[in-house]
Write a protein that binds this ligand. Structure first.
Ligand code: NAD
Length: 477
């Protein structure tokens, strides 16, 4: 049993009340975490406020060195990160190793290196020089979801602190373990007290207390669209700097000239990675009518061979969903699909697993066909191992179908003609489109959604800009 505590002002502290943390693969309680209230959040904000002046007066180079130290210390615990992430989320250990552990280290290393070139800019006039300097914004409130816990938390903490801000962060109450490991790492490397404070608890209590705290100047939130609206309702009238990375319902477009044999494993990966619980997952697969039958046969063949089971086994392709209640939600969409006239081509059921996994929140990878592309199942975010298949005739039809949801996060196009793919990609209303690949990330490029998928952009210089305040000083010669 792990005892998670808040990390405030460089000290691990208890809270009055606690919340149980459950292993979703077995339904066993694995930890208790603080149920932080507004007083606990206030302590964290005061610590961040006290640390501000010293931290922001360090040079960028000095702060970059801290990021390198954190990256090295985290890397030394990579194996442990992967184990804790798999235990807490239910995801297969091989995914936790390849995606979560490695990217969490890479985030600190990337921003340590990339921020080197983010410095003052000069704009000359005939009789004056403008000096644009980048100041810290102040105290950053960072709120993150459960699907990629340390990956997303480090993606926010690294650029926030390198630009001279101090932080109050709240990880998801469902997956607190690696945020706790990060706190241990920050403590071990001796990061100055109060620069990063981590408070655990429920969203409507701890999260809301961070968002509404008058001393928190900036909110970076990643989570669901409905929660994002609530965060905006509180933060916007307080004129806080705000970034919202929200839900998605991403289209995977398969053109008639695709090389199916190489594309199918990647299309399946994009539908089912992390049990379909990645905001970028391609959960609506739009397939040209010319290759429909061939696609169906190969795709169903591939997906029905994916192995669901013990997350700690290297053989498992899919582990457990994050909680029993989340599985209920995903299953409710499978029932909705049936009511909407959908045909389940594969999966749709709970796998039969031996003890202790018979108590876990497992679900088979599920393929649904025959649905109207505008149906609720095909347009609402399910965030589980469920994909819907839709047939199209012309490329323009695929674009119309791709754009028919409220979401606008990502998409992918599969074709042997990359120029045709690019021209189609330009018409898709999302923040990013991959062609013949998926989740192929270069940390320098912009990351963010349009429409109900969010406001603001992360990645490379976009993150550094968000976590800084540009100030122009115009000097007349
Ligand atoms: P969620 O919105 O339920 O919770 C996200 C975080 O917000 C959690 O830490 C939660 O405790 C907190 N929270 C909840 N209510 C709050 C409130 N009123 N005020 C402040 N904080 C509050 O999301 P989730 O279920 O944890 O994550 C799944 C969602 O996240 C999906 O919709 C997914 O698409 C989205 N997501 C988006 C991205 C992206 O980059 N766009 C990445 C990952 C996940």
């Amino acid at each position: 049993m792990i005892l998670v505590r808040n990390y405030v002002n460089g000290i691990f502290v208890d809270s009055k009340e606690t919340i149980e943390d459950i292993n979703p693969a077995t339904s066993e309680v694995i930890a208790t975490i603080p149920r932080s209230n507004s007083d606990d959040v206030n302590e964290a904000v005061l610590a961040a406020d006290k640390a501000r002046d010293n931290w922001s007066s360090l040079s960028l180079d000095e702060r970059r060195k801290w990021l390198e130290k954190i990256a090295n210390a985290l890397e030394a615990r990579s194996g442990e990160i992967a184990k804790l992430e798999s235990l807490d989320t239910g995801k297969p250990i091989k995914i936790a190793r390849a995606v979560d552990a490695s990217r969490s280290v890479a985030n600190f290393r990337f921003f340590a290196e990339f921020s080197k070139d983010f410095h003052e800019q000069k704009f000359l006039m005939e009789d004056a020089t403008n000096h644009v300097i980048f100041k810290p914004v102040g105290i950053a409130g960072l709120i993150t979801p459960w699907n990629l816990p340390l990956y997303l938390l480090s993606w926010k903490i690294a650029p926030a602190i390198v630009m001279g801000n101090t932080v109050v962060a709240k990880p998801s109450e469902l997956t607190p373990l690696t945020a706790n490991l990060l706190a241990e790492v920050l403590d071990e490397v001796g990061l100055p007290a109060g620069v990063v404070n981590i408070v655990h608890g429920f969203g409507h209590e701890t999260g809301q207390a961070i968002v509404s705290h008058p001393k928190v100047n900036l909110i970076s939130f990643t989570g669901g669209t409905i929660t994002g609206k609530k965060v905006a309702e509180t933060a916007a009238p307080m004129f806080k700097k705000l970034s919202l990375e929200l839900g998605g319902k991403n289209a995977t477009i398969v053109l008639d000239d695709v090389d199916l044999d190489s594309a199918i494993p990647e299309i399946a990966r994009s539908g089912f990675l992390n049990q379909g619980q990645v905001c970028l997952c391609g959960s609506r697969i739009l397939v040209s009518d010319k290759i429909w039958n061939d696609f169906l046969e190969k795709f169903i063949g591939h997906v029905s061979n994916m192995k669901v089971g013990d997350p700690s086994s290297d053989d498992s392709d899919l582990g457990a969903l994050v909680s029993l209640s989340h599985r209920d939600k995903v299953e409710s969409y499978i029932h909705l699909a049936e009511r909407e006239g959908g045909e389940i081509l594969c999966g749709g059921k709970r796998p039969s697993l031996e003890s202790p996994f018979d108590k876990g929140s497992f679900l088979e990878p599920t393929i649904v066909s025959n649905l109207d592309y505008q149906s609720r199942t095909a347009t609402e975010e399910i965030f589980g191992p469920v994909v819907t298949l839709h047939k199209f005739e012309k490329d323009e039809d695929a674009v119309e179908m791709a754009n028919c949801t409220d979401y606008g996060l990502a998409g992918s196009v599969w074709t042997s003609d990359s120029a045709r793919g690019k021209s189609l990609a330009e018409k898709i209303e999302t923040g990013m489109v991959w062609i013949n690949t998926w989740l192929h990330r270069d940390l320098r490029v912009p990351f963010g959604g349009v429409k109900s998928s969010g406001v603001g952009t992360e990645g490379g210089r976009w993150s550094l800009s968000f976590f800084s305040q540009p100030v122009n000083i115009c000097i007349k010669e």
